[in-house]
Design a protein around this ligand. Structure first.
Ligand code: GLN
Length: 287
């Protein structure tokens, strides 16, 4: 008997229900949509459409991968962030909804400022989610976007082209721990969602993160703080007086990062919570 949309959906849900993912039916439907190139309503309006064997094979492979923890976004190839659609592939961290809090805070502080250019530096480009949403929503912004991973810069450049933001972004391939890039402007904002998981804790993360997302984007050194320490102590080299330093942090790093900023002469420091009421963002201004 040949498979139909409905039978595939049921088979997929049965398999993914045995996993820890909390929305098997949504995930299965999205995978079906991806394979048939249809939107989600179609799954409900065409339950009896026959699906040929080739597609069934692909479906089985993808559901199997997903069952093993392979991130859904790597299968579908994209993720929404700040209302924009980002291409995502292996080698870049999947943008998280919590990071939107960091972006919203920066946009609120800068989208009305009457200055020719708001100069921003994003450290750890990844897919470009932070860089490109700031470039998109802050009209007079210019973003210097740094990543150690060539693969990440490739993905981010693709996203930059899709959003048509080429004139507002400069990508810099660099290890920030070897020094800030030389630029001839003072920055209004330095933003970073750096790797912040202590090296020894990575294996204990959810399997989809630990096994499939890039270690380079997660590993924050022995104490998880290596990037905060480096960036906070060097920020004055490029950050203008009153310029904003804005970090995403791990849920238990609020106090330590706040202290780091205090020790390095930052003012107006705020620790901001995420949707699950965990500390997630720390911001401060250069004195
Ligand atoms: N937020 C990621 C996680 O859930 C970690 C991202 C990072 O290290 N910046 O594991």
């Amino acid at each position: 008997m040949s498979a139909t949309v409905k039978s595939l959906r049921q088979k997929g849900i049965e398999i993914l229900t045995k996993t820890e993912y909390n929305n098997p039916s949504l995930e299965v439907e999205l995978i079906i949509c991806y394979l048939l190139d249809v939107d989600r309503v179609y799954v409900y309006t065409h339950p009896n459409r026959k699906v040929d064997d080739q597609i069934v094979d692909k479906f089985d492979k993808l559901i199997g991968k997903r069952k093993d923890g392979y991130p859904l976004q790597y299968i579908l190839g994209h993720q929404e962030f700040m209302g924009l659609d980002f291409k995502i592939s292996e080698g870049v961290l999947v943008p998280r909804p919590d990071t939107e809090i960091l972006i919203e805070k920066i946009i609120k502080s800068y989208d009305h400022i009457d200055k020719e250019t708001i100069n921003i530096m994003d450290i750890g480009t990844g897919s470009g989610a932070i860089t490109l949403s700031l470039a998109y929503y802050i009209k007079n912004s210019y973003v210097y976007s740094i990543d150690i991973s060539e693969q990440a810069i490739k993905v981010a450049k693709k996203n930059c082209d899709v959003l048509n933001l080429q004139d507002k972004v400069e990508f810099i391939h660099k290890d920030i721990l070897e020094g800030f890039p030389k630029i001839d402007k003072k920055l209004d904002v330095i933003v970073s969602n750096p790797p912040y998981i202590p090296s020894g804790d990575i294996e204990g993360l959810q399997v989809e993160v630990a096994k499939y997302e890039p270690r380079l984007a997660l590993d924050g050194g022995e104490d998880g703080l290596i990037f905060y320490k480096y960036i906070t102590t060097h920020a004055h080299e490029l950050l203008a007086v009153n310029g904003l330093l804005a970090y995403e942090i791990g849920h238990n790093q609020g106090e330590e990062v706040k202290e780091l900023m205090e020790m390095n002469g930052f003012k107006d420091i705020e620790v901001i919570k995420d949707l699950s009421n965990n500390n997630r963002v720390v911001i401060g201004r250069r004195r």
